[in-house]
Design a binder for this molecule. Sequence first.
Ligand code: HEM
Length: 221
Amino acid sequence: MSEHADQILPHGRVLRYPFGERLNHWIAAFSYIYLLLTGLAFWSPWLFWIAVLMGGGQISRTLHPWAGLIFFYAVARMHGYWSAQMKNTEVDKQWWRSISHYVQNEDDKMPPAGRYNAGQKALFWSFFYAAIVLLLTGIVLWFPEWIPWNLRWLRYISVFLHPVAALFTIANFLIHIYMSAFAERGAFGSVIHGDVTLHFAKRYHPAWYDEIVRRANAPRK
Ligand code: HEM
């Protein structure tokens, strides 16, 4: 049987991420980690030892932009998979207003999140727009000789914006790792084997859970 998102599985489980979405997520994750490590090495002489560990300065400098293209490709595919589900809704505005309950784990006082809560949506869009800035400024830094002298301000802007956008993604990344791998128990497994328990869906994404149950109980046409 072919996999599709939201498919109900035996033993009270539901498929959250089909194989293609999982694979793409890990392409984004591994390329990002490579970019993070080599990028930090170029950013500060204090961190250059990281490039030495990654095979040397020249190899890191050669591969960094290619890894950037892979990362951007994966983020663009993520956009294809998930952007429709990441649109901000009225519930998301209420979610942000109730954030104090969220941080205290008072899930029952939160407005019902759908497949993604407002925080996950913010992370998605932050990564998406930062990836566009990183790509555009990265291309300028990759081929500076292409930039005509009268447009040299593009280089200055890129030298400034590339690390700023990268630092912004690092903040996102740290929050993402904390939230997805440690705070929401069961989430990490979803990007490994794809499924979560219905209990996880009900606890963290009640509107998504209601939708799954409604669809499962709908009469077949
Ligand atoms: C080692 C690195 C990473 C780990 C351990 C990790 C872990 C996870 C987990 C567990 C989920 C599922 C969360 C859920 O559905 O409740 C997830 C989803 C997601 N990941 Fe990652 N991830 C990593 C790197 C990245 C990177 C670099 C990006 C940047 C594009 C990214 C973007 C996303 C997005 C947009 C989602 C869906 C929304 C969300 O759950 O926040 N991840 N990740």
